[in-house]
Design a binder for this molecule. Structure first.
Ligand code: 7RM
Length: 632
């Protein structure tokens, strides 16, 4: 059976096999990797624990598969092309051999700083090659990386450091982003004030700006390298040893640390990368996601490197120095496969067709989309203006928890339909359930999207709190993994993802819980209570609408709004800024005290005339007040 699928018939037969004999199917796929020792058992699982083990008994190191294995055949081939934020600065190419050497050296830096197998290492870096090097070095020595997107605030950073009990943080002096400079080290210093257990902070010089270095704790990356050896034999890991933790927002409480393990993640990230994007030898592949998100983990780094691909990493933003930057980079590096988010597409579409028209874009062969539903208009613009109607567009649906793409066309193989993620990858068994958890069979149906069988990349636990993992994903519907998304299945079995059905918003492809934003808003001294909902936003997909009750009379509402926004930026980060803040006297609550978000969502959408049944409200009068004050 083929590892790389090459036509639709093959897809169908692979899919059939993956369902009738999942263990045989994945055992065969796993033969494509280097193992120190092969597995005793392909799969052990139940969704009640949950307790999921793939390739038990196997021993391996993922970086041996990302790096060492390619040295003989691809040592001189480019592994990473790095394109800096500033156009005056030169781009950098790292060959597989160079990347290997840098990873080995930094592995020794970590070891010299006392990092051992199983330790957690927090990485808070901008989009520089060293972010990839640090992640791979962790994996190489068996430490668990926890990458935190460098757009998060000091408070979010310290929460995440404390949650993993990390004793080491890897960061930089600063970072460039568009025409801004970000004082990364200052943010880390603030965060570390709350993290006494962090004994070491390794600082990469990026901007060269002067930063405060605490001599007992802070060490320069480049100086540490001077005393580190260059050879490193990778640590032998068990299949189910944790590879990384990545925080993601849920509908309640603080973000949770999703744990992915070594062997299953390796097999799934690579299998899905190769098959969805149909990577060909010598292709240049560019995924625009930040390494701080799961897309950056699976499809900027691990998936492509496991394939021995050339992966492009961009430090900057799509609109700097102008709205042609993405297209310029595609021409400059002759990018063949381009993977980005609908929010970027929509914002560039709004800048006008003259921008892409300035560029050839003729190297492109495959386009991808991820992170949120892509509306038909953006789908067509992307396909026409960027793909010149000549590139399959793969709308890839997946989640931090799934480790890799679950539902997507295979480029050039699966017929695409605008705004449909189409069909499940081999090994993926989706089903749709109603609110009672009853499976909705057949086609032309709509409901909640679940999975009935594990795949190798599935979440294993949430760090430090297994019960939370069970509650969140495996308890809503017994014996099913619940995605939190609603979807439709059309007459031919194609899936269209409709978006979250829980209290998670998707702002420019970033997951943010309503509860997180509310608790940040509530920190403002005037605020008594707040309720946050998402509303349709033409660029961001969703915007944040906050209904806020204050216990204090004030004259200047905009001043208070700005203070509330600053509070949110300080506590979470700029990505969670409310777009609209409406001051209200009360919130629509049921007699048991639950906020009826359905009503608030409708008002935020501007649908004030059709609010549905409001008779169960404690005080239906508040709805009138809110409606009258809508958009104030
Ligand atoms: C990869 C990623 C996951 C949530 C997910 C969905 C939404 C992601 C698509 C999508 C429609 C898509 N991980 N989502 N991809 N919705 N079509 N192709 O984004 O953990 O950050 O977010 O994102 O709601 O549940 S994530």
């Amino acid at each position: 059976m083929p590892y790389r699928i090459s036509n639709f018939e093959e897809y169908k037969s692979e899919y059939q096999q993956s369902v009738s004999d999942p263990e045989g199917f994945w055992a065969e796929k796993a033969e494509n990797f280097e193992w120190r020792k092969k597995w005793d058992k392909v799969l052990d699982w139940n969704f009640t624990g949950p307790d999921i083990k793939w390739f038990s008994g196997a021993k391996l190191n993922i970086t041996e598969n990302c790096l060492d294995r390619h040295l003989i055949t691809k040592g001189d081939q480019t592994a990473i092309i790095w394109e800096p934020n500033n156009t005056e600065e030169n781009s950098i190419s790292l060959s597989y051999k160079e990347l290997y050497e840098k990873v080995c050296k930094f592995s020794n830096v970590l070891i010299n700083n006392g990092v051992k197998k199983g330790d957690r290492v927090c990485i808070y870096l901008p989009m520089v090659p060293e972010a990839a090097i640090a992640m791979l070095a962790c994996a190489r020595i068996g430490a668990i990386h926890s990458v935190i997107f460098a757009g998060f605030s000091a408070a979010s950073l310290s929460d995440r450091i404390l949650d993993t009990d990390a004793q080491i943080v890897i960061t930089s002096d600063g970072g460039f982003r568009g025409n801004k400079k970000i004082n990364i080290k200052e943010i880390v210093d603030q965060a570390l004030d709350k993290c006494p257990e962090v004994k070491t902070c390794i600082v990469l010089k990026r901007t060269g700006d002067e930063v405060k270095m605490i001599s007992s704790r802070d060490k320069w990356w480049h100086l540490e390298e001077l005393s580190a050896g260059k050879e490193h034999l990778s640590e032998e890991m068990e299949a189910e040893d944790p590879l990384f933790i990545l925080y993601t927002s849920g509908s309640t409480g603080k973000p949770k640390g999703v744990v992915h393990t070594t062997a299953g993640y390796m097999v799934y990230s690579h299998y899905s990368f190769l098959n969805v994007f149909q990577y060909n030898k010598n292709d240049v592949y560019w995924c625009t996601a930040d390494v701080g998100w799961i897309t950056g983990h699976s499809y900027l780094l691990y998936g492509p490197l496991l394939e021995g691909a050339t992966t492009l990493m961009f430090e900057g933003i799509p609109t700097y120095p102008n709205a042609g930057r993405f297209w310029e980079i595609i021409d400059k590096h002759q990018v063949n496969i381009f993977y980005t988010a609908p929010t970027a597409i929509r914002s560039l579409m709004a800048m006008g067709d003259e921008w892409p028209a300035k560029y050839k874009l003729d190297s492109l062969r495959v386009l991808g989309s991820v992170g949120e539903p892509i509306n038909e208009e953006a789908w067509h613009w992307y396909s026409d203006k960027i793909g010149k109607n000549n590139c399959p567009l793969v709308d890839t649906w997946w989640q931090t928890e799934t480790g890799g793409i679950l539902i997507s066309p295979l480029a050039g193989i699966t017929p695409t339909i605008p705004s449909f993620a189409t069909l499940p990858l081999p090994g993926i068994q989706p089903l749709i359930v109603d609110s009672e958890g009853k499976e909705i069979m057949g086609n032309n149906v709509e409901g909640n999207l679940c999975m009935k069988f594990p795949w190798p990349g599935i979440i294993r636990t949430t760090y430090g709190d297994h019960e939370r993992c069970r509650q969140n994903y495996f308890a809503t519907y017994p014996n099913l993994y619940f995605t939190g998304d609603g979807c439709k299945r059309d007459e031919n079995g194609n899936y269209r993802i409709l978006g979250r059905v829980d209290d998670v918003m998707n702002i420019s492809g970033h997951r943010i819980g309503t509860a997180e934003v509310e608790s940040a808003i509530n920190e403002h001294k005037f605020v008594v209570e707040s309720a946050v909902v998402g509303f349709p936003h033409s660029i961001k997909g969703q915007g944040i609408y906050a209904y806020v009750i204050c216990d204090f009379e004030f004259e200047d509402a905009d001043k208070v709004r700005n203070e509330i926004i600053s509070e949110v930026v300080k506590i979470i980060g700029p990505i969670a800024k409310p777009d609209k803040i409406q001051f209200v006297k009360g919130l629509p609550k049921t007699r048991s005290g639950k906020i009826m978000r359905r009503i608030l969502r409708k008002i935020a959408e501007g649908e004030v005339s059709n609010l549905g049944d409001i008779s169960t409200l404690l005080d239906p009068g508040v709805v009138e007040d809110i409606k009258n004050g809508a958009l104030v």
